[in-house]
Ligand binder design. Sequence first.
Ligand code: SAM
Length: 345
Amino acid sequence: MLDFSQLFSATLYSFENKEKELLYHISLLQKNFTKERSLRLSDYLEDEKMVSAYTLFYMYSNWPKYNFVADKIPESLKDRYAHCHFIDVGTGPGTYLWAHEMMFSDRAKKLVGIDLSKIMLKQGRLLKDNFFAESEVYLEKNYSASLKKSLEGKERILCFGNSFNEMTDDVFCQYIEDVDPTFLNLIFLGTKEVFQRFKKLRDGYLLEKFDVIYPCLTQENCPMTLEGGDWCHQYLYHKWPLAFEQLSQKLKINRRYTPFFGGLFVKKGLWKKETTEDEVVFMRTIFKNKGEAKMLVCNGQSELEKISFPLKILSKEQKKNIPDLLAGIKMRIKREDGKIKNIIW
Ligand SMILES: C[S@@+](CC[C@H](N)C(=O)[O-])C[C@H]1O[C@@H](n2cnc3c(N)ncnc32)[C@H](O)[C@@H]1O
């Protein structure tokens, strides 16, 4: 990971010694990404100050999400993954290009970032010149025929990093058709509306072409009904350097625990998932009283499962940390005669 303070000298607009101005611009971005939508979603892409603030705050703290997802590659596919060219659509300032390059720095590959915003691309080039001058990087407005040709002869990873929610399904699928990736890496901001769109695509178009490596337990249709407001997501927990931590405290934006969806897919027929019968994914605790707890979990079958169990089967430590359990963690459930005897997380 890059040093946070070094980034200040590599943004299009310099926020060095201008903390107030930086806080103001990050707050505007945050409103844009969450509830107020005071800007049009795309307005932040046309302003050098906004893109610089994005780079310092969001690029810097989005970065580890890539490592979280790429770490889920199974051992048998690791080498294949590491040998691919890497194409990041909606790359912004190059967020996941740099994350991928740092993770696989010893491999010869092309890094391709596609983005509609000229200013994001300009910012990306500045970061390349400052920190990745030796890497083979292409930052382009579209996935042109000549770019496509130059990537032939090697398998490809296609990544959509927080850009799925800014494009239509047709555009998303067209990128997949054009790139024809072996691996698909999907990271998007956590809202149930975006998840709902994704679920439809997953159960149809995506499962025709790919197998899900992560986070799903099976290749069946996703059981999330979306009725109770549930949606499938994970949390990235990250401890930041002090300067970044202080900045997020001043902004009252929690970047220690960030909910997001991270998915990893591989072209059909290249890999077979080993399913473990007792494995489930934790969604949420429905209730917990003195003697009993009830949880909602995904077991990869056609419906989410509600599990009830007496707290006495848990260790002291487990009982204490039930309120802190984060969506997306895997659990193993040991059952006997239909009753839960033990849960491991
Ligand atoms: C929220 S930013 C994400 C940047 C970066 N991937 C990250 O996670 O930090 C979304 C980016 O997607 C880009 N974008 C939106 N629609 C696009 C499309 N159809 N093709 C390419 N880029 C697109 C935007 O210009 C913007 O830079």
